[in-house]
Design a binder for this molecule. Sequence first.
Ligand code: 5GP
Ligand code: SF4
Ligand code: MG
Length: 457
Amino acid sequence: CGLFAIFGHERAAELTYYGLHALQHRGQQGAGIVTSNGKQLSIHKGVGLVRSVFEQQHLSSLKGTSAIGHVRYAAEQDSGFENVQPLLFRSQISSMALAHNGEIVNAFALRSQLEAQGSILQTTSDTEIIAHLIKRGGYLPLEEAIKQALVMVKGAYAFVLLTEEQLYIALDPYGLRPLSIGKIDDAYVVASETCAFDLVGAKYVREVHPGELLIIDKHGLKSTMFASPMQRALCSMEYVYFSRPDSNLNGLNVHASRKLMGKQLAKEAGVEADIVTGVPDSSISAAIGYAEESGIPYELGLIKNRYIGRTFIEPSQSSREEGVKMKLSSVRGIVNGKRVVMIDDSIVRGTTSMRIVRLLKEAGATEVHVRIASPPIKHPCFYGVDTTVKEDLIAAQYSIDEMAKEIGADSLAFLSVEGLEKSLVHEDSNEVGICKACFTGRYPTEIYPKEIYVSEK
Ligand code: 5GP
Ligand code: SF4
Ligand code: MG
């Protein structure tokens, strides 16, 4: 999912709308904005892309100088309207709207506890759990109620919460999800990725720190901690696949990181070939890096149809397979008679690679060597990326040789975990601090029993 928030700007709704456009790649199943004019909150949201959810009349009805917005990436079961964020809770004293990116690993336990105590939950969304936990703080000052709630919540979460007069921002103690602060004139903005700042003309200020709760109101910005920060574990898949190449995450540019991954991959798994080609869009940076390091020319062997969404995000396996077919074509004039190194950013189920190897061979490639710019994904993610079922992960089921056969490649190699780590260091050679759990099985947070977790999903 993608988050955007702004406080203290006349064009709050409009800028949030632009911000959500910049974050559209983070979720395409729903979008919503809540604004405040200091006295009351207004909301508009819907299922689908930002451009289809919002029309001019909606933006005009979203009055006020502060706003939060969300684009939603949903699992199959939860893609209905009731789960589209922000969620708005009205009350006599103060209303609040919440939007969240990530996944709570003890959601099942918290939900059971809330239900046992009489809460009636209307959605299957983790955001509602956070809202109920906050509301249980009764008449405590909101800051205290939020802190009490967050102590009970385990997992990955970046969230924004808007009341009539204040904006609250929080990031989980490991900083699993990205979240940055910027400024536009005197107004504060917050976004999942810095590409949203560039679009609205905001200047980057800093990252939200792990375990930090920020309160922004007419007095300015106040920073407090609700938990001691842990060693940062920012999702490495954000760098590998999810984020936009023009974003900087925790101070590191995504395109530059991908290029380094591609170079490292060329060092670790070189092969004789005539051309290097990348799977558009997310693998182009790594393919450029691979070509640069290996000296094999980069070529446009594959073309993407711009009007089809990200395949992975489409809910069911069958629509995913058709999605791949509609999305990519090979360029016969380029690949015919050539030995091709095909770079992709990652393999999850293996559907994409299998299809692309076939496309390249149908177009006359004599050999196709598949090189993956991340390590094999062998373990499920519990932090909000749609691979919670181990049986779906091809690398959890097969050896690399078996996988190569399965996808029809002449050879197959992955970036090593060490190679990934080496690619994600700051200029001062300090590590960025990444989560690698889907590659290593070592999860930064506690993980709750999978049987319970899966039955909940
Ligand atoms: P597969 O086809 O192996 O199941 O998925 C891997 C392909 O899906 C890659 O080409 C990658 O760019 C794309 N992809 C789309 N969404 C995701 C995601 O959330 N995680 C990962 N790892 N890859 C994704
Ligand atoms: Fe990201 Fe993988 Fe960690 Fe999930 S397990 S947060 S996908 S690095
Ligand atoms: Mg891809």
